[in-house]
Design a protein around this ligand. Structure first.
Ligand SMILES: Cc1cc2nc3c(=O)[nH]c(=O)nc-3n(C[C@H](O)[C@H](O)[C@H](O)COP(=O)(O)OP(=O)(O)OC[C@H]3O[C@@H](n4cnc5c(N)ncnc54)[C@H](O)[C@@H]3O)c2cc1C
Length: 442
């Protein structure tokens, strides 16, 4: 089968993951899809076979062979932890500069590392994700070359954002770069590095956020509708992690009106607007980065109101960076145990390392196309499979138009409170998430 037909097959199978790799490697031939629709791109008739083959080599949509990619990135037999991936050290920490810390989603760690790399002249720019200035409801990947540009992009954007569409700019950039991306984007970059593709030659450091899921842009329009606003073009400023940690989803409108909902309340949007492809992603902690960073979800830190991050150093380069930053008091890091790290995100591991593998096995049973990760985890208790059936039915119902329309009639604060309560139960019930008894097949 030709490479172009294989790409078409990925699209038809619904496995396209919005990494932006296809758009970037086609140098604009494949146009980035309109972010507000969530639709995949269409392949142009004149997309040649050589370009299609190159895209396929860097595509993380249908195949990412974790054991092989681990060996390439971290060395032979480096598949260290079933949930966390390969790592050197685990920490909880934050940027010591209060401005960086408060602008970050959690502890401002990613921005702080990027700024330091820039100041030390170890990089000349950092690939980050900001908002589009003319259409502020859309995201915009760009290469930040100053600390203030890096800070302007701080904060998580929970809607799909095809960052790798700027691969041509990365390729033509003069000087070394740091790159920030989500797991599917990082997987693409690593696959391209493995085949020595020139598009990624400038990338020296890869830092990435943990990744629970992405939302379709419909999450934003739906939230607006709940407040009686039917035109997203009224958005003047959009933020998913505004203010005191863990922050608020906040939308400022041209009319002067502001909509603001605590982050944990806004989680109610997830079952209604989660992208289908996120449900099949098994990488929670961004396993192929040099350093990955998540929120330090633990009552000890959540109660303090100032941001804390969970930090995983994975590569030697990542570990060395942190060790150089520490004595300069640029970053505050406290080592934590594996058990502590796992319990902070037990619900995330449950969703990705149990739920996603079960969802994949269900789809495989139904003869539906699924991504190939080069390994599978199975052997969960029957009760977990049963729970997954219930969760999947809920996702299916919630993604329908009537369900979305119904939830828009309910006050987001009320439904948000319910979701905050459910999150607590989920966290509690998965607190001692076990790896014993599971079967890993390569
Ligand atoms: C879609 C998404 C889902 C997440 N899910 C979880 C989760 O379930 N559990 C958890 O603990 N943490 C999750 N995170 C990570 C968390 O929200 C913070 O990004 C992380 O703790 C780093 O915080 P920080 O303060 O160090 O980063 P900051 O200093 O705020 O820097 C964040 C960096 O991430 C980049 N960025 C923001 N949004 C995106 C995006 N959509 N794609 C690529 N790059 C982006 C920015 O350019 C910026 O450089 C998620 C992040 C995203 C974007």
């Amino acid at each position: 089968m030709s490479a172009k037909n294989k790409l078409q097959e990925i699209l038809s199978a619904g496995l396209y993951n919005h990494s932006g790799t296809w758009e970037g490697l086609s140098y604009g031939k494949i146009t980035p899809p309109d972010q507000t629709t969530g639709l995949p791109p269409t392949l142009p008739a004149d997309l040649d076979e050589a370009t299609s083959a190159r895209i396929l080599r860097g595509s993380s949509d249908a195949q990412v062979l974790f054991p092989q990619l681990n060996s390439y990135v971290f060395g032979p037999r480096s598949f260290r932890h079933l949930y966390l991936g390969h790592y050197q050290k685990l920490y909880v920490g934050f940027a010591t500069d209060p401005r960086v810390r408060s602008q970050g989603s959690s502890g401002g760690v990613i921005s702080c590392i990027l700024i330091w790399l820039l100041q030390q002249k170890l990089i000349k720019g950092a690939v980050v994700l900001g908002f589009n200035t003319r259409r502020p409801w859309l995201t915009r990947p760009f290469i930040a070359t100053t600390p203030s540009e890096i800070l302007s992009a701080a904060g998580s954007k929970y809607i799909t954002a095809p960052i790798n569409q700027i691969l041509p700019q990365i390729e033509s950039f003069s000087g070394p770069l740091a790159y920030v991306g989500l797991p599917h984007q990082v997987q693409s970059i690593r696959k391209l590095q493995m085949v020595k593709d020139p598009a990624v030659k400038k990338i020296k450091y890869i830092i990435g956020p943990f990744f629970g899921n992405s939302l379709d842009f419909s999450a934003v329009t739906s939230l607006l509708k709940s407040y009686g606003i039917n035109d997203y073009r009224q958005i003047k400023k959009l933020s998913f992690r505004h203010g005191r940690w863990p922050g608020f989803t906040r939308i400022e409108l041209a009319s002067g009106q502001t909509i603001q909902l605590p982050k944990f309340y806004a989680n109610y949007l997830i079952p209604f607007h989660i992208t289908r492809r996120s449900l099949l992603c098994t990488d929670f902690t961004n396993e192929f980065t040099d350093i990955s960073v998540g929120d330090a979800w633990s009552p000890v830190y959540e109660d303090r109101g100032r941001g804390f991050s969970t930090v995983i150093s994975r590569s030697g380069a990542g570990q060395r960076l942190l060790e150089r930053m520490l004595p300069k008091n640029i970053i505050n890091l406290k080592p934590i145990s594996v058990a502590e790290a796992v319990s902070m995100h037990s619900h995330g591991y449950d969703f990705k390392k149990r739920g996603a593998f079960i969802r994949i096995s269900f789809l495989r049973l139904l003869g539906r196309p699924v991504p190939d990760y080069g390994y599978t985890i199975s052997g969960f208790p029957a009760s977990r499979y049963l729970l997954e059936i219930i969760i999947d039915i809920m996702f299916l119902i919630c993604s329908t138009s009537p369900a979305r329309a119904l939830v828009e009639r309910i006050n987001p604060v009320l439904i948000g409170r319910l979701f905050q309560y459910l999150r607590k139960i989920w966290k509690k019930s998965t607190q001692h998430i076990k790896r014993e008894g599971l079967t890993v097949s390569l």
